[in-house]
Each structure stands twice: as structure tokens, then as C-alpha cells.
Design a protein around this ligand. Structure first.
Ligand SMILES: [Zn+2]
Length: 307
């Protein structure tokens, strides 16, 4: 049996999954992430991997999904919200600790790869995956492989500016990246909550806004409509640039079902084409997409470069 092990390194939990050849789940475990300690994090990962392999009686290929990216310039992790991992050679340390080659990509790349391999975008030649959560990320899978460039930022549309802004959307909210009006400041869960608060004076998190809109609250409904139009604009620029066959949404806000009909109806106006055939879909594997994508990442790396 060839095992593909995937590990999702989250800020609060570390999850491991073992997939067999056709994607069947052989094992799955979660553990709380050690907070604040790089060495404790490495040791927790090592223990999870060795325990899984002992239980399954086989060694696996290894892929990791993490917020952030290994900087090609420095070889060190950057942009992770698990800040104790930043500035560390995470990929080299994991490979040394686990005594085999490993592959690593960010959570949006893993979502794209998971859904392109055996999920909502199976068979699609190009997939753009979006994370709409605490932040806004993106990743690309082209012909079933993650697109990786010299800056390790392919698909990072969250820090592009919101396109076709109205005067009321300028200059836009300040973003932690140092700029203003980034897509993330509008389309993250906190961005939706801020927009709703600015318009109504009411403090609510995004799930409560969604619930209020479903219950007929006019202010919440208006906030969701603004959100949908902004998402349509943001995705239209991606379609104009890359023309992906399928766009998959992940992250907490992607659970809002109406997005999958409302946004394609709205993006038609912004995309430079007479018709838009691009599919907008939720992930088949739901919250497991990140860890499954990590497993496929390790498998494909091993196939490409055995040993
Ligand atoms: Zn930004």
C-alpha cells in the first residue's frame, strides 16, 4: 500500500490524514497546536507522523499545508499567522526530522489541489481556489499541479485592490500589509463585519449577519449584496487574467450557499466576454480539503522526484 500523508498546520490544531491510492481515508488525527514554540511544533508533527505510520504499518509520502510560504529568497517561512514559525527553515527542518523529502504549500494551494484531484474541480484543467475566512487567500492548480512561481505568491489576490471601486469604497480600509483597500479588507469575514457595522452601527460577526439576512433584516441583506458584488468584481479580474475553468470557494464565508448563484449572475457584467462559462463551486471535501491537498502534494512531489 502506498500511503500519502498530509499534515495541515493550523494556528490552533495540527491535523494528519493518510490517504490510500484512490483517496480513501486510512487514518485521521487532530492535535492542538503547541502555541508559541517552534521546537514543540516540530516535535508534535514528528509524533503524529510516526504514530500514524506505526499504526498503519507503512511509511508514507509527506505533504504539508501551512498558512504562509517558504520564501524562495531566504528559504525561511514568511507570512504565517502562526508567527512562531516565521523566519524558520520549516521545510528543511521537517525533511531532516522525518528523514525524507517533503512538500509544502499554503492552505489555498492545498484547497486547489484537493478539489482538482478528486473534488469539485476534478478533471478541470485550471482551478482557482479562494479562501474567504479570517483573511483572503488564493491558490492555483493547473493541469492537476500547484502553480508555484519565483515569489511563492501565485494566486494571492487578497492584497490586490478591490476593482471598480465606487467613491464610497475609496481609499478603502487600511490593511495590515501597509496598503489600503485590499480585497481582503472587504471580503474576509472581519471585512464583512466591518462593512455591516459602518452601515448600521451594529456589531455582529459574519455568521450572525448571514443569519440576520436570512431572517429578513434589511441592513444585513444590504451588506450581503454589497459583499456579493465585491466578490464578483474581485473574481472577474481573476477570470480576465487566467480564465480558470473552475473557481472553488473555501473558508468560513464560503458556507453561504447563495454565493454560488448570486456571484456568477453578477460577474457577467465585469468579465470581458460575451458569456462566462467559469463554474463557481463549493468544495466537495469541505474542511478536509486542506489536509487532503497536502497529502496529494507530497504524493506528486514523490512521483516527480523519487527519493
Ligand atoms: Zn493588504
Amino acid at each position: 500500500m502506498t500511503l500519502a500523508l498530509g499534515i495541515d498546520l493550523g494556528g490552533t490544531k495540527i491535523e494528519i490524514i493518510a490517504l490510500a491510492e484512490a483517496g480513501e481515508v486510512r487514518l485521521r488525527r487532530r492535535r492542538r497546536s503547541p502555541q508559541g514554540s517552534y521546537v514543540d511544533t516540530l516535535n508534535a508533527i514528528r509524533a503524529l507522523v510516526l504514530e500514524a505510520e506505526a499504526e498503519l504499518g507503512a511509511q508514507g509520502t509527506l505533504g504539508f499545508g501551512t498558512p504562509g510560504a517558504i520564501s524562495p529568497a531566504s528559504g525561511l517561512l514568511k507570512n504565517s499567522n502562526s508567527t512562531w514559525l516565521n523566519g524558520r527553515p520549516l521545510d528543511r527542518d521537517l525533511a531532516a526530522l522525518l528523514e525524507r523529502p517533503i512538500a509544502i504549500a499554503n492552505d489555498a494551494d492545498c484547497l486547489a489541489l484537493s478539489e482538482a484531484t478528486d473534488g469539485a474541480a476534478a478533471g478541470a484543467s485550471s482551478v482557482f481556489a479562494v479562501i474567504l475566512g479570517t483573511g483572503v487567500g488564493g491558490g492555483l492548480a493547473i493541469h492537476g499541479r500547484v502553480l508555484a512561481g519565483p515569489n511563492a505568491i501565485a494566486g494571492e489576490w487578497g492584497h490586490n485592490p478591490l476593482p471598480w471601486p465606487s467613491p464610497s469604497e475609496l481609499p478603502g480600509p487600511p490593511c495590515y500589509c501597509g496598503l489600503r483597500g485590499c480585497i481582503e479588507t472587504w471580503l474576509s469575514g472581519p471585512g464583512l463585519a466591518r462593512d455591516y457595522r459602518d452601515a448600521t452601527g451594529i456589531e455582529r460577526q459574519s455568521p450572525a449577519i448571514v443569519a440576520a439576512a436570512a431572517g429578513g433584516d434589511a441592513g444585513a441583506e444590504a451588506a450581503l449584496r454589497r459583499y456579493e458584488d465585491r466578490l464578483a468584481r474581485g473574481l472577474a479580474t481573476v477570470i480576465n487574467l487566467l480564465d480558470p475553468a473552475t473557481i472553488v470557494l473555501g473558508g468560513g464565508v464560503s458556507n453561504l450557499e447563495r454565493l454560488y448563484t448570486s456571484v456568477p449572475a453578477l460577474w457577467q457584467r465585469y468579465v470581458f466576454s460575451d458569456t462566462v462559462q467559469t463554474r463557481l463551486v463549493p468544495p466537495v471535501h469541505g474542511d478536509s480539503s486542506g489536509v487532503r491537498g497536502a497529502a496529494w502534494l507530497g504524493r506528486y512531489r514523490a512521483l516527480a522526484a523519487p527519493g
